[in-house]
Ligand binder design. Sequence first.
Ligand SMILES: Nc1ncnc2c1ncn2[C@@H]1O[C@H](COP(=O)(O)OP(=O)(O)OP(=O)(O)O)[C@@H](O)[C@H]1O
Ligand SMILES: [Mg+2]
Length: 504
Amino acid sequence: MVAQSYTVAFEGVDARLVEVQCALSPGMPHFSLVGLPDKAVSEAKERVRAALNAMSVALPSRRITVNLSPADLPKEGSHFDLPIALALLAAIDILPVDAVAGLVSLGELSLDGTLVPVAGALPAAIAAATAERTLICPAASGPEAAWVGSLPVIAPASLQAVIQHLTGARPIELSQPGLVAAPGGPVPDMSEVKGQERAKRALEIAAAGRHHLLMVGAPGSGKSMLAARLPGILPDLSPGEALETSTIHSLAGMLQDGGISRQRPFRAPHHTASMAAIVGGGKGAKPGEISLAHNGVLFMDEFPEYSRNVLETLRQPIETGDVTVARANAHVRYPCKFLLVAAANPCKCGYLADAARACARVPACGEDYLGRISGPLMDRFDLRVEVPPVSFQDLETTAPGETSMVVAARVRDARRLQETRYQGLDGITVNADASGHVLSEVAAPDAEGRDLLRKAAERVGLSARGYHRVMRVARTIADLAGRDKVKCPDIAEAVSFRIAGASG
Ligand SMILES: Nc1ncnc2c1ncn2[C@@H]1O[C@H](COP(=O)(O)OP(=O)(O)OP(=O)(O)O)[C@@H](O)[C@H]1O
Ligand SMILES: [Mg+2]
């Protein structure tokens, strides 16, 4: 007889339903597993055998064949242990066949039958809910899966507990969603940054419209300090955004205690990180830092120090908001709509603008250093700002500036205006997403502004992308001021941020 159970295979953030079929047939005792399993899936046989042994369940002296269907879809990961064990237990009449066929399950088995948590419980739960089936997952993954409120989630601690539940001997209560995760430690406050008014303004515009920002300045001028304060002025994730971001974090096995966070992610990978770590890929085609930063901030400190390959690869995801990662036999797609904040010294020694401290190679060293950021990549920064060194006197005498709370309130109001404006428009939530006729409609400047934009475009040679990016930033500046129409000063400010640092 053939018994079935269901599980999922991950393709990027999507989980595809996989049918696990188990057949017993006469012949020499043998356990074979087919259907494009990778090494971890193939080893499931041994773990299942040992876990059943631990419960004193002997495998029948017959040929056992397990097929993972669709057979041409690659299966990766250790979460296939539980569905294979369930299909096998149904095939040997220990579990009711009908009950097992109505389940989607995932979980790794240890040799004593304990269920080990696996990554991806949240996307698996979304797939199970779509298929209208109950989900069984390891106890530690239950609170995470239960966030998809529309389906029952059973989260037992061991295979023994699954059997007791399915045979009615000891039913397990449904899992409840984990708590909303508390923000990861206190976020430092904006008021601690002395001076740097222009950089603070750029940060506020960046947060309000999700515009990419490049800060260039001497060592110790406060670039890293400013970036670290960005999470404090960004609004919380909407429930939909929180689920999207958490799905990616779930695939990376990063959701702590099943808690979903409303705080926007802030990812700051080191400049020595590999391409796979930043863009995604490697074993199992895991999401990279740019996808973990989805709906949040990607902070790339010492920007020119990243490998050229990494920097150039960023160009496409910045533009499209998603990234395609290659893996054996297939490609997977992860979303990555992030706010890119980059910081750089003006040159290798860092003191290009300070005649007393600059090295002998000035100004060539500055051209060499920032020249590592290619033209097309530079073109993607809507806001470029110089962060000058703060004098000792400024540090001593400047009164504390606005607190993060005050700035956050303005950002929140500007984002609300955008939400209302783009309601019903698929894929557009903030000004940075607007393009084509939507952009020309919502960001059309007044006559004076149009005049200025044309002059600026001619004088600094704005690219077509640059032209549109200026319009988006100007729209955000007008939103921060609560203005309905984009005016000349909005365009002027947007252009001033565009031309600092580099042309285009
Ligand atoms: N504007 C400022 N107001 C108050 N403190 C500052 C300011 N700028 C720098 N500092 C102090 O200097 C320290 C170093 O600043 P930060 O690390 O942000 O500099 P940086 O510009 O990132 O330098 P680097 O280019 O070397 O990375 C901060 O932790 C803070 O103590
Ligand atoms: Mg720094």
